[in-house]
Design a binder for this molecule. Sequence first.
Ligand SMILES: [Ca+2]
Ligand SMILES: [Ca+2]
Length: 381
Amino acid sequence: MSNEIYANVEFDNDNVEDLYTNKETINSHDSRSKTKDVSTKSRPLATNPGTESSERRSTRDAAVCLGLLCVLLLAGIIGMFVYYNGEMGSFEENILVYKTNSSAEQAQLQTKYNAMTKERDQLQVERDDLQAKISVVEQHTQQGWRYYKSSFYWTATDFSPCRYRELREEIHQRCCSVSGLLCVLLLAGIIGLFLYYNKEMGSFEENILVCKTKSSAEQDQFRTRYNAMTKERDQLWVERDNFQAKVSVVEQHTQQRWRYYNSNFYFISTEMKTWEGSREDCVRRGADLVVINSREKYVFIHGLSKETFWIGLTDRVEEGIWKWVDGTALTTGYWGRGQPNNQNGMEEDCAARWSDLSTTDNGWHDAPCNELHFWICEKMA
Ligand SMILES: [Ca+2]
Ligand SMILES: [Ca+2]
C-alpha cells in the first residue's frame, strides 16, 4: 500500500512541477500584492534575494501539500480498511446465519424426504397387495366366483353331475395335496425331532458316562478309604483287647503283691531264702531273679525295699566273671564300697542289694549263696 502511495506520489511529481509553476504564479501574484504591501510599508526590494526566498517557500509549501496529501491518502486507506473490515464481518455473520439456516432447512428436508420415502414404500406395498388381490379377484371372477367384502361366493347355478364330479375330484386332489404336504411336514418334523433327540441322547449318554466314571473313581477311592478305616479299626480292636488283657493281668498281679513297672512285674518276698531257693521260688511264679541293666532300673529296684535282697547276678560259673540269670554279662555294676571282695577268703558268688543303715552303704555286695535273704523276682507283663 505504501509503495502505491509512493508511486502515486511520484506520479504526482509532474503535477508538482505544475503546482510549483502555479505556485510561482501565485507567489508572483502574492509577491506583487506583497510588493504593493511592502511598497505601502516603504521596504526596499532586492531583485535576486527575493527570487530565492520565493523558491524556498514554494518548495516548503509543496512539501506541506505532499504531507497533507499523504495524510489524506493514509486516512482514506484506514477508512476503507475499517469500512471493508466491518463489511466483511457483517458478510461473514450473514454467511454463518445462512449456513445455519441452510443446515436446518436441509435437515428438515431430509426428514421430510425420509418420511416421504417411507410413505412411498408403504404405498408401493399397498399397491402390490392390491394388485395381488385384484389378480385373485379377477381369477375367481373368471371362474364364476362373486366377490363381496373380502370374501368370494359361489352360486351353483350351473350345477350338474359332471360338475359335481369335477368338484369332488378337485376337492380330492386338493385334499391329497394338503395331506401330502402335511405328511411331508410331519415327516420333516419327525426327522428333525429324531436328529435333535438323537444328539441330545448322545450328549446325555456322554454325561452319564462321565458321571459313571467319576462315580466309579469316587467309589473306588471311598472303598480304599473304607478298607483302610476297617483295617485301622481292627487294629484298634486288637490293641484294645490287648490293653484290656494287660489291664486284667496287671490287676491280677497287683492283687498278688506284684509291682508293675515299665511293662514288667516285680515281686518282693516276705521271707528269706538262699540265692538258689529264691530263684526257684521266682521260677515257680513264672519269673526269675531281677536283672538290673540300667541306671533307671537300678533306682527303681533300689527303692522297692530297705532290706537286703538277692538279685539275679552270680559268678559261680567262673570266679570274677559276673553274669545275669538271663545269660547276659554285667556291663555296669552298682557295687558297694570295696565290693565284690570274697570277704575273709570266703566264696562269695551271689550278689545282693545290701542294706547297711549304719554306713548307708546300700550298694551291691557279693555274699555266700547259702546266706538267707529276701529276694525280688521279675517277669514280663
Ligand atoms: Ca565270687
Ligand atoms: Ca562281699
